[in-house]
Design a protein around this ligand. Structure first.
Ligand code: HEM
Length: 481
């Protein structure tokens, strides 16, 4: 099928047009591993008329993340999918140089000062949630659903501010949900179909615009009142040309941030807790470590000791738990770009033609035995020793959270690399660690004996644990200690 020897090998298919769509869609990771073995780190498959070139291992990651923007772009790959969700004028609906400016503005809202302010807010939101919904001493719940609600509450409150958070129950959560329902593979494959969800999303955007506009106008009326959140940071920011972003663009950036962090952080927190439920010794280790740091035991009951930004940063066991969870359960398993001008793959004889999509899948290298012993096993302690993996990404961040990558030549890149690298990593670590800290202080968890550890569900753009994610919580009462 591969007529041009200068292109990467083509995966054989039997149904014209559809190509390998079904095999890829059912289990993309199995699919990629199978053809990586057969064809090497670069190969192309047909999916619904599109030619998709998979680029894996360290060379593949490096190629996709660092390829020249004049040849390959993210906006051509993602805009039809993300515009109905994020709205106009932001992220992939603008030239790349403007996205870079918007990312700079967003970074200004992710300061240490703001992180300090977010910790008590997150603890309070989680406490409110469990006090309202987990009222028994022991019960079986849908963990993904509970965690998703905690993520939306904590992210809305911290990033968007108390005004928007207080309106979550007055319909804003439904508006988010309407936007979110456009974020599916169908909307990528059938971008030309007039799907009803597009009309619903336009309406939802119009309503959100007017809610944000009112909150922004109210804040402008009280310029002396400083809020430490992303909304204030964006309202104070300017493009290079001196122009401030319009209210609509501020609102859409906030929506984009919320959407970028929602399923990714909810999936990561849920997988982390499911794995902790299977490993009580690691829960004890985390509690002992935190207890000795705070100078008091984490005894259970409903009171959650106050913690500082420095404490959260130093929760080493929870840090390892999150890092290891992301290594084997990265929620984003296919990152795409579109080739707009033919591009040569370095150190190969391949040229990928214009019109092709290229796909990076860092989870392939982060679960490769070549780099990690017992690679499919969840072993947080492998991150204890920074020499555990010489190739792994070890550079630290300004904030001290997560494995901020400066190089794309790492096997473990759950936050991507290069110009499109995630800027929410430190926020995600802070949010997830604080949620885990609050929950583990108050509860023990056990997997549901019938359901066990869920499989991955690849039907959505962000890979989630297959629902219902049943899990039992047991309240830790002080008298049990
Ligand atoms: C980009 C992962 C949380 C905002 C990315 C990318 C990855 C990623 C892999 C690169 C996409 C690509 O190259 O195509 C994750 C994971 C998260 C997480 C695993 C949680 C565990 C967040 C949060 C926010 C956020 C909480 C916002 C506060 C962004 C933004 C981009 C991005 C703005 C840049 C998009 C671009 O430049 O094209 N994320 N993310 N992410 N993420 Fe995250």
């Amino acid at each position: 099928i591969n007529y041009n020897p200068s292109e990467p090998p083509f995966v054989r298919y039997y149904v014209p047009f559809i190509g390998s769509m079904i095999e890829f869609g059912v289990h993309p990771i199995k699919f990629i591993r199978k053809y990586q073995k057969k064809h090497g780190n670069f190969f192309t498959f047909l999916m619904f008329g599109r030619r998709m070139t998979v680029c894996v291992d360290i060379d593949g990651n490096d190629f996709v993340f660092n390829v020249k923007h004049s040849n390959v772009t993210a906006e051509d790959a993602y805009n039809s999918l993300t515009k109905p969700v994020f709205g106009e004028g932001v992220v992939y609906d603008v030239p790349n140089s403007m996205l870079m400016e918007q990312k700079r503005m967003i970074k200004s809202g992710l300061s240490i000062e703001s992180f300090r302010a977010y910790i008590p807010i997150i603890i309070d939101e989680v406490n409110q949630y469990v006090d309202k919904h987990w009222t028994k001493d022991q019960d079986t719940i849908d963990l993904l659903q509970s965690i998703s609600e905690m993520i939306i509450m904590t992210a809305s409150h911290t990033l968007l501010g108390p005004e928007i958070r207080s309106k979550l129950y007055e319909g804003i959560a439904d508006l988010y949900h309407t936007l979110d329902s456009c974020f599916t593979p169908i909307h990528f494959l059938f971008e030309w179909l007039p799907l009803p969800s597009y009309y619903a999303s336009e309406k939802a955007h119009a309503e959100l615009d007017s809610i944000f506009a009112k909150v922004i106008a109210d804040r402008r009326k009280e310029p002396g009142e400083k809020h430490i959140d992303m909304l204030d940071a964006l309202m104070a920011s300017k493009y290079k040309n001196g122009e401030p972003p319009s209210d609509k663009h501020i609102g859409n950036m906030l929506i984009a941030l919320l959407m970028a962090g929602q399923h990714t952080s909810a999936a990561t927190t849920t997988w982390a807790l499911l794995n902790l439920a299977e490993n009580p010794a690691i829960v004890n280790e985390a509690r002992t470590e935190i207890g000795s740091m705070l100078g008091r035991e984490l005894k259970g009951g409903s009171s959650v000791p106050e913690i500082s930004y420095e404490n959260v940063k130093d929760f080493k066991t929870l840090d390892n738990v999150i890092r290891e969870t992301l290594r084997i359960r990265s929620p984003l398993v296919q990152l795409m770009r579109k080739v707009v001008k033919p591009v040569a793959v370095p150190n190969t004889s391949y040229v990928i033609p214009a019109g092709y999509y290229i796909i990076a899948s860092p989870i392939i290298s982060s679960t490769d035995e070549k780099y990690y012993k017992n690679a499919e096993a969840w072993v947080p302690s492998r991150w204890n020793n920074s020499d555990a993996d010489e190739q792994a990404d070890k550079s630290t961040t300004d904030y001290g959270f997560g494995a901020m990558s400066t190089s794309a030549r790492s096997p473990n890149l759950p936050f991507g690399a290069g110009r499109h690298r995630c800027i929410g990593e430190q926020f995600a670590y802070l949010q997830i660690k604080t949620i885990l800290y609050t929950l583990l202080t108050r509860f023990d968890f056990e997997l549901d004996p019938k359901r066990g550890m869920p499989e991955r569900n690849y039907q959505s753009m962000v890979v989630l644990p297959e629902g219902p994610v049943l899990c039992q919580y047991n309240r830790r009462t002080i008298k049990n200690q």
